[in-house]
Design a protein around this ligand. Structure first.
Ligand code: ATP
Ligand code: MG
Length: 177
């Protein structure tokens, strides 16, 4: 990609953070850019569980998952283990930086890792400092921290006005996953 790569943040309590990131991936792919998608804390579903990941795979996007078990859903998961897996993810992302293989890197829910202290704010900032010039990075997750917001070039906060979960409508295949 000839563009300078920026840091984007999609945060807030409304629906649309992951879908925004995936929408961006579709735009990049349409222009032949190389995309890598990494998620955090998404549970132990196979990639095929998520319609968007199924599609990204078909489009030859490289997909990786780290720290699948979040204590919110897996009450007995040791936090040290989650922390270790997040550290592995940070190392892995640094390797990706060195490879210069991608134009767009999506770190889905990494802001949750920071919010829940599996990754410190400083660790994420240090990582972003090492970002190659031409790589665009997307961070998603609720509760982006102040410093992350400061260093990002683009921040969109998606505010919930209504969500069907509030009236008991369960997650729907093809809509929520
Ligand atoms: P989506 O993946 O639909 O773009 P999201 O990435 O903005 O949503 P997350 O915080 O990652 O939202 O939420 C994970 C799951 O919870 C998704 O299935 C999403 O649809 C749903 N969700 C999003 N916002 C809310 C909300 N305000 N209340 C309840 N559930 C929500
Ligand atoms: Mg999401």
């Amino acid at each position: 990609m000839k563009n300078k790569g920026l840091v984007q943040v999609y945060t807030g309590d409304g629906k649309g953070k992951t879908t925004a990131a995936i929408g961006l991936a579709s735009r990049a792919l349409g222009h032949g850019l190389k995309v890598c998608y990494i998620n955090f804390h998404k549970g132990e579903h196979k990639d095929e569980h998520y319609g968007e990941l199924k599609l990204l795979k078909q489009l030859s996007v490289d997909i990786y998952r780290f720290a699948e078990r979040h204590p919110h859903f897996y009450k007995n998961e040791p936090v040290e283990k989650i922390r270790e897996e997040c550290l592995l993810a940070l190392k892995f992302i640094e390797e990706i930086f060195q490879q210069r293989k991608y134009d767009l890197l999506i770190l889905d829910e990494i802001l949750i890792s920071v919010r829940d202290k599996f990754i410190s704010e400083e660790e994420l900032l240090e990582l972003l400092n090492k970002k190659p010039e031409n790589l665009e990075i997307v961070l998603t997750g609720r509760d982006a921290t102040e410093k992350i917001i400061q260093i990002a070039d683009l921040v969109s906060e998606i505010k919930k006005v209504k969500h069907p979960f509030d009236k008991g409508i369960q997650r729907r295949k093809g809509i929520e996953y």
